[in-house]
Design a binder for this molecule. Structure first.
Ligand code: ZN
Length: 242
């Protein structure tokens, strides 16, 4: 089954996307990086402003999208539907259609590798890239891959929040908000899509059996712009305290 949102274009007008990321694009991305001297901060010291050009950001979004899509295609055939006991536990938090769609994979003889673009991203100056090798679970659209061969309820819940985010907004916008959120926060964990998933899995763990609609929570954050906005460079300036 082809993932239903791979080619989803969200309803917002005016956000045309380009496709076709490749290695050469990534090299261009490095070449075009700019490091500017910014205005002085109010507390006196100069701050360095690392600005990513919009064209660079769009390329990074393309690579991230391509990574999610290819990993999803790779793992989906090895996935299985949610076992009954997990399905029952998650019922009421997630839409039945999503619970039917999601697949889980338990890796036992190997661990996930880091994305092919990490070395380039580090050269580009990006820090705090998450180490896939040591993550308990990683979600590729509607496939949650468990690195240590063992499913925990909280990790599964967290992964399904990401699946719900993709389901609500579509892969195109999810990727864009994720990359922009990461660049702006300078932290994988503080990127809003990620932070929301942590908040919801904490709520789930703190109140066992008290069900709430994850899709409702995701739609609310999305509608209120709490995941960030799909737009240009002015919001993607990254401040480096020096
Ligand atoms: Zn996450």
């Amino acid at each position: 089954m082809r993932y239903k949102n791979v080619f989803h274009i969200n309803a917002n007008p005016g956000h045309g996307r380009k496709s076709g990321p490749d290695q050469q694009d990534w090299l261009d991305f490095q070449d075009q990086a700019t490091l500017q001297q910014g205005e002085s901060s109010v507390i006196g010291g100069p701050i360095r402003v690392h600005t990513y050009q919009e064209v660079e950001i769009q390329k990074a979004i393309g690579w991230f999208t391509s990574y999610l899509t290819s990993e999803r295609a790779c793992h989906y055939p090895n996935g299985r539907q949610l076992p009954d006991r997990w399905r029952e536990m998650l019922d009421g938090y997630f839409e039945p259609a999503l619970l039917d769609q999601v697949r889980v994979v338990e890796l036992t003889d190997r661990r996930l590798a880091n994305p092919w673009f990490y070395p380039c991203a580090r050269e580009k100056g990006l820090r705090n890239l998450p180490d896939m090798t040591h993550k308990a679970a990683v979600t590729f659209l509607d496939v949650v891959v468990f690195n240590n061969g063992k499913i925990s309820s909280r990790d599964l819940f967290h992964g399904l929040v990401h699946a719900a985010q993709v389901d609500v907004m579509g892969l195109t916008e999810f990727s864009e908000l994720f990359v922009r959120g990461f660049l702006r926060a300078r932290s994988y964990f503080l990127a809003p899509l990620k932070a929301h998933a942590f908040g919801l899995d904490a709520k789930f763990a703190a109140n066992p059996g008290v069900r709430f609609s994850v899709e409702g929570a995701v739609r609310e954050w999305w509608r209120d712009g709490r995941y960030g906005m799909v737009k240009g460079i002015s919001d993607d300036t990254v401040l480096d305290a020096s």
